[in-house]
Write a protein that binds this ligand. Structure first.
Ligand code: C2E
Ligand code: CA
Ligand code: CA
Length: 564
């Protein structure tokens, strides 16, 4: 069997337990050639030491005062922390050998200790066996790059970290725009680049105490001796990659989490390194980012938001605001609907922007619960306005990417609609365009299903994702909401202007109304109106407001209608 990691120079720690000082000294002398050796003089002391230090092997005398060897084997077998430490018993009695092996000892050595090589070989074999057993994954090498696999990588670190004396760093490395190489030059060329990169990482970063693995296509994890500065090495690797492959657009970036501590959750160190690495995505500045205190604070803050979520929802800290949308086709703008937007006032942090918690809740799925809450409030509000003012103001709600692919989506929505006794076309569904680029075939099915059930779908943030204009012809939708970015820039940026115009023209051809959101100025409104854009949402008319304020707008609308 192959040894756990051949290349490293890590010295394992072994514990010798014997009440006779001469035996302890003999064994210590023999084993010190290959191991760091500690000694205990009875079973009780051995157990204490095992719990504190991380030992790769226990050599155990059977006859000892206080707690004998059998007692130790028995206690270890029933102890979660200690049950994986292999034990070799030292004895001269045949019957004791058999008994101890039955109880769980891995091997035995007989006195006198006159063959050091045999003892060392037996220890080595038992350690190797035990370490191999802790590796869950059957494959340890990545075929393409010959780096380790992710499973092996983490098993190795978890096993070895306590034995390594120097400080170690967690590094996550990624190649920006690597997919271009595959697309433009083909897979073999992409594979070659990955192999070159892996080779360079091993050569320039890993060192003899570290190891590296490939986790996904173009993502590498490195475990290496701490260094203060990685930038130089990364610049060097970048230069080499360019020289060897000729690909200039691919850019290497690394996130670093420094000084992994013993006992720390290793995977979380790599998550942090990845957080740092993600900061550099698509950039052209430095190649390295270190996980720092700010990122840590943000992480803690995010954790706090997640843990406070349920309580906050129960305590009514989430409120639903509404932002009106106006139809501008005629001279007097006509209130046509409103968008429900959630607001969180936290008892300690005060107002928290949805931009901060929505992406977070989308990541961990809490968004489903929050959205259901918003849909329910929105439907209740539609009903209340109907009852109190005899006016139906359709309200649009946001359906997050996560909700869109929820198999229970239409069931949840119909449940809410029926419970409040409103019609399906009075709860408009805003689904973001990026949901479509995730899985467009499935997306079309979902939208079709919802529309068959009588819901109206607005495609939100149109133009922000990757989907193209011709997608509009294949997805049956009821309105397009142009991404705010284009509205904000259309008066100063020719491309944005032309895109807005194009979308309005195509939608006109398809008979789908366009909603422009983020309209703040009269000038924008005038231009949009001239283009043929039907509906406007934005600070120009009103920011999102609590329902009471919308009530006033409805009153005005009713008045206007009577006098039209
Ligand atoms: P969105 O769906 O694109 O919502 C429009 C955002 O633009 C809202 O930000 C709104 O307040 C803001 N806005 C409207 N008019 C203007 C304007 O004239 N100028 C500027 N600068 N901004 C304007 P908000 O409320 O901060 O929400 C941000 C995003 O968070 C929303 O973008 C939406 O994606 C998400 N979100 C908000 N509430 C919910 C919710 O209940 N569920 C889900 N899933 N997402 C929500
Ligand atoms: Ca929206
Ligand atoms: Ca939007």
């Amino acid at each position: 069997m192959e040894k756990f990691i051949e290349s490293t120079e890590i010295r394992r720690k072994v514990l010798v337990t014997d009440d006779e000082v001469i035996n302890r000294e003999m064994l210590k002398m023999i084993l010190s050639r290959d191991y760091d050796v500690d000694c205990a003089c009875n079973g009780e002391e051995a157990l204490n030491m095992l719990r504190q230090g991380s030992y790769s092997l226990l050599l155990l005398d059977l006859l000892m005062p206080v707690l004998d060897g059998f007692g130790v084997i028995e206690r270890c077998a029933h102890d979660e922390q200690l049950k994986n430490v292999p034990i070799i018993v030292m004895t001269s009695e045949k019957s004791a050998e058999v008994k101890s092996i039955r109880m769980g000892a891995a091997d035995f050595i007989t006195e006198p200790y006159d063959m050091p090589e045999v003892i060392l070989a037996r220890c080595d074999r038992i350690i190797t066996l035990s370490e191999s057993r802790t590796i869950i994954s059957s494959t340890e090498r990545d075929d393409l790059t010959n780096l380790y696999t992710r499973g092996y990588f983490f098993a190795y670190i978890n096993r070895m970290l306590p034995n390594i004396e120097c400080n170690m760093d967690a590094v996550v490395i990624n190649l920006d725009r690597f997919h271009l190489v595959n697309e433009l030059f083909g897979r073999p060329e992409g594979d070659r680049m990955l192999r070159e990169t892996a080779g360079l990482i091993s050569e320039r970063l890993v060192g003899d105490k570290g190891i590296a693995c490939r986790t996904e296509a173009d993502s590498f994890y490195v475990f290496c001796v701490h260094r203060d500065n990685y930038e130089e090495a990364l610049v060097d690797i970048q230069r080499e990659i360019e020289a060897r492959t000729g690909a200039k657009s691919v850019r290497i970036r690394a996130g670093v989490y420094k000084n992994i501590e013993c006992g720390q959750d290793v995977e979380s160190c790599y998550r942090r390194a990845k957080t740092a690495c993600d900061r550099l995505r698509g950039g052209f500045g430095a190649h390295t980012e270190v996980y720092d205190n700010d990122m840590h604070e943000k992480e803690l803050f995010d954790e706090r938001l997640i843990s406070d979520f349920s309580r906050s929802l129960e305590n009514g800290e989430f409120k639903v605001y509404f932002q009106p949308k106006y139809n501008i086709e005629s001279d007097v703008p006509k209130l046509s609907s409103a968008e429900a937007l959630v607001r969180w006032t936290h008892p300690e942090f005060g107002f928290i922007s949805p931009g901060q918690f929505i992406p977070l809740f989308e990541k961990n799925g809490l968004i489903r619960q929050l959205d259901e809450f918003v849909w329910d409030k929105a439907a209740a509000q539609v009903k209340q306005w109907q009852d109190e003012m005899e006016f139906t103001l359709p309200v649009s709600v946001n359906v997050s990417r996560v909700d869109a692919f929820d198999p229970l989506l239409s069931q949840k929505l119909t449940g809410i609609i029926d419970r409040h006794g409103i019609t399906r076309d009075s709860l408009l569904l805003e689904i973001t365009e990026s949901a479509c680029s995730e899985d467009s075939a499935r997306f079309v099915e979902i939208v079709n299903d919802l529309r068959e059930k009588g819901f109206k779908i607005e495609m939100d943030d149109f133009g922000s994702g990757y989907s193209s204009l011709n997608m509009l012809t294949s997805i049956p939708i009821d309105a397009i909401k142009l991404d705010m970015y284009f509205i904000r820039n259309m008066l100063t940026d020719e491309t944005a202007f032309r895109l807005v115009k194009l979308v309005v023209d195509v939608s006109d051809f398809l008979g789908v109304p366009v909603v422009a959101e983020g309209v703040e100025k009269q000038e924008q409104l005038t231009v949009l109106k001239a283009m043929g854009c039907e509906v406007i949402q934005g600070y120009y008319f009103s920011p999102p407001k609590p329902p009471e304020n919308i009530t006033a707008l409805i009153e005005k609308e009713i008045y206007d209608e009577r006098h039209r």
